[in-house]
Ligand binder design. Structure first.
Ligand code: PHE
Length: 400
């Protein structure tokens, strides 16, 4: 090949085509910008912001959220929209970082002027962005952040999932009553609000039941060698190890434990919920348990219809996060409809008064703390599949 000649006819032709295309794109971008800047275009759409971890250590959390939320957009717009307008989702990537969550949420509010916000999954990132939504009067619904502090940020912050005090009690009850384990060790992520909180709530409930947390070890999100912590926990000889963290580290932890010939049962919280858990952990995950927001085995119509629709569109089974994002989106559209407008205060009031919304992840009633009280499920990994083991309702742990 001759790289020396820069004016070969083919090159000139390519350059010409490139310039033509560039001019055309530039022209179109110009038109779009003009269109959006004027009053016309923006008025026939309702803009909703979504901030999600589309990349980074918790990437499946964000991609699942987006898939669930997009189904709501498609369904709503296919049915004519809401308040006579189409809804449009503006999605920003948090890269699985709290600082980035704050940056992109500021952008969505000040630059794009979104009317409401959906996100994040991880409690640490919701906590970083919620104060920005609160101070700007933009209602935020987190589909899946379970740490109690998130909705305490203020009266514009809502969630559609259960809370970690409940989740901690559910896991304690299951470990103590069903698995009959009395001496448990914990390996938690100290950089993660969710992990630290869930470890604490579990410990409280477990001691109340008469169990004992005999050893605790720590790691930080992004670590990939857990042999030292596991060796220390092994020496304490627990009957089970609880790992309240996210799927990437949890899978590596269980895998490395099996390499150390630790055959005891492992249990996690909802942070384990990702197809990647099995991809990373493989056969080591067999027999482990985790707490979650929904099971594909739930026979309710709303669940079965959603699972079917999701599989048809994405060719995969939805994880809990996709279901929670779908519920959050549906609830928001319903609130916009009931509010009759998209102003912050009215929309907030409509969200606050949501009662008995029949969601995929359960029936959602927003309480005075802007939270939802719902059942949790315990899943076990058997033959590489998630099997529903137990369902625990709020009233079953309230008495504990
Ligand atoms: N509950 C977790 C948190 O608050 C996030 C999560 C929800 C992860 C559901 C997986 C499934 O950080």
């Amino acid at each position: 090949m001759n790289y020396g000649t820069s004016h070969s006819p083919a090159r000139v032709q390519r350059a010409y085509l490139f310039l033509t295309a560039a001019t055309f794109i530039g022209f179109m971008v110009g038109l779009t910008v003009l269109g959006c800047g004027g009053s016309g275009k923006a008025d026939d759409e309702i803009l909703i912001g979504e901030y999600s971890s589309l990349t980074g250590t918790a990437a499946t959390f964000g991609t699942s959220t987006h898939k669930g939320a997009m189904l709501v957009v498609e369904e709503t717009n296919a049915a004519g929209g809401v308040l006579g307008k189409k809804i449009k989702l503006l999605t920003e990537d948090t890269q699985s970082k709290p600082e980035e969550a704050a940056t992109v949420v500021t952008k969505l509010i000040t630059r794009d002027k979104v009317k409401a916000m959906i996100g994040e999954v991880a409690s640490s990132r919701s906590l970083a962005a919620a104060p920005i939504c609160q101070s700007n009067g933009v209602p935020m619904i987190t589909p899946s952040s379970t740490n109690p502090k998130v909705t305490q940020v203020g009266d514009y912050i809502f969630r559609v999932c259960f809370l970690d005090d409940f989740q901690g009690a559910v896991i304690a009850k299951f470990v103590f009553n069903t698995l009959k384990a009395k001496r448990v060790a914990i390996l938690k992520d100290v950089k993660n609000e969710y992990s630290v909180g869930l470890a604490q709530y579990f410990t409280q409930s477990f001691s109340k039941l008469g169990g004992e947390v005999i050893a605790v070890q720590a790691y930080s999100e992004g670590d990939n060698d857990f042999k030292a912590q596991l060796t220390a926990l092994k020496a304490a000889n627990p009957e089970l190890i609880f790992v309240p963290g996210y799927y990437t580290e949890a899978a590596l932890i269980v895998k490395q434990a099996r390499d150390l010939n630790m055959t005891l049962p492992f249990m996690g919280g909802d942070g384990w919920d990702s197809a990647k858990l099995l991809e990373i952990g493989g056969a080591a995950m067999e027999g482990t348990y985790y707490c979650n927001h929904y099971s594909t085995e739930d026979p309710r119509d709303v669940v079965q219809n959603f699972v079917k629709k999701f599989r048809e569109k994405y060719n995969e089974t939805p994880d809990a996060i996709a279901c929670l994002a779908y519920d959050a989106g549906k609830l928001l559209v319903d609130a916009i409809r009931r509010a009759g407008r998209t102003d912050g205060p009215q929309l907030r009031d409509a969200l606050a008064s949501m009662k008995e919304f029949n969601g995929v992840t359960g029936v959602i009633t927003i309480d005075n703390g802007r939270n939802a009280s719902k059942s949790a499920v315990i899943l076990q990994i058997k033959n590489g599949k998630l099997v529903l083991t137990e369902t625990i309702r709020p009233d079953q742990v309230a008495a504990m």
